[in-house]
Design a protein around this ligand. Structure first.
Ligand code: C5P
Length: 305
């Protein structure tokens, strides 16, 4: 292996359940969510800057939505690499290349995937052998979804999403992903969720994990899973981008078992019966013209490797 260069594939996530509780004093919302990593991946390459004296972290971004991603120290992937170096008290820097397939500001944790991928890749590049528990702590400092993005698979997230517990899941699920023009800001979607709840004088119960959803995962049954997919942020995402309602209706009319907004949106995801059904649905959804472009993906997949 050439130790001056490490490449990882970092997967996107969707939320099979996203239950949003009350807003906390720190501005975050208590969540109960079921994360699920799918094989829609960004490719991340890190190169050591060891031989370039005084070099700072560098980053270049290509691919899906690259023009919307900052190529400077404000990029979460750069922050992740710098935090890892700082944790170990080393002065190493790296040049990061990200080739994106995960939509930017799409509700699929693309930025979190990149940060998690960089933690794993730089840990290997610099031969730090950081324990997973420590990587998790660094990940949680960087963002709520990043601990899950380190692990992948399927897992329950509580707290602000960063406290993970395992889920027993069997089989493989097949998804069709509708990518939209433009993104949605996660804080704005949470704020819209709060606004809609205040307007409807809706009581916010402390959420709990859906038992039917856990059973569907244990059984690997897409029909059961379809009946259990929920996203409390969906009304807020549709309120901010009304055409998402039409996207979901179209996917369902075309035979999807279920369709939901992914995380804070605007990407929408549809569950298909099997791989063939997902390919057929993707072709028809692309032909319908309701979204910018369509992908197929399956899950669960493991985190950055
Ligand atoms: O943790 P992360 O930086 O990804 O969160 C982005 C924003 O999403 C937060 O600043 C907050 O506005 C919102 N958020 C929230 N409750 C959560 C997670 C995120 O309100 N549990």
């Amino acid at each position: 292996m050439n130790s001056d260069l490490v490449t990882v594939q970092a997967p996107a996530k969707i939320n099979l359940q996203l239950s949003v509780g009350p807003v906390r004093t720190d501005g975050f919302h208590d969540l109960v969510t079921v994360f699920h990593a799918i094989d829609l991946c960004d490719t991340i390459t890190v190169r050591d800057n060891e031989n370039i004296s005084g070099a700072e972290f560098g980053i270049t971004v290509t691919g899906e939505g690259a023009r919307f991603v900052p190529e400077d120290a404000s990029n979460l992937a750069v922050k992740a690499a710098a935090l890892l170096a700082q944790h170990h008290g080393i002065t190493r820097t790296a040049t990061i290349e990200i080739d994106k397939r995960i939509p930017v500001a799409g509700g699929m944790a693309g930025g979190s995937a990149d940060a998690a991928g960089v933690l794993i890749a730089c840990d290997r590049l610099w031969e730090l052998h950081t324990p997973m528990t420590v990587l998790e702590q660094l990940a949680a400092q960087l963002g709520s979804d990043i601990p899950f993005s380190l692990h992948g698979g399927t897992a329950i997230g509580t707290g602000r999403g960063e406290v993970l517990s395992p889920v027993i899941a069997t089989g493989e699920f097949h998804w069709v992903i509708a990518l939209m023009d433009g993104g949605l800001s996660t804080p704005k979607v949470y704020a819209e969720c709060d606004r809609l709840r205040a307007e409807n004088v809706q009581a916010e119960n402390q959420p709990s994990v859906s038992e039917p959803l856990l059973m569907a995962l244990r059984q690997g049954d897409p029909e059961l899973l379809a009946r259990s997919l929920t996203n409390d942020l969906q009304p807020a995402a549709i309120s901010l981008m009304p055409k998402l309602g039409r996207v979901i209706d179209t996917g369902l009319e075309l035979g999807a078992l279920a369709g939901i907004v992914s995380g804070s949106g605007p990407t929408c995801v549809f569950l298909a019966k099997d791989k063939d059904a997902s390919i057929g649905l993707a072709a028809e959804l692309a032909g319908s013209g309701v979204c910018r472009t369509v992908r197929t993906a399956s899950g669960p997949v493991q985190g950055p490797r």
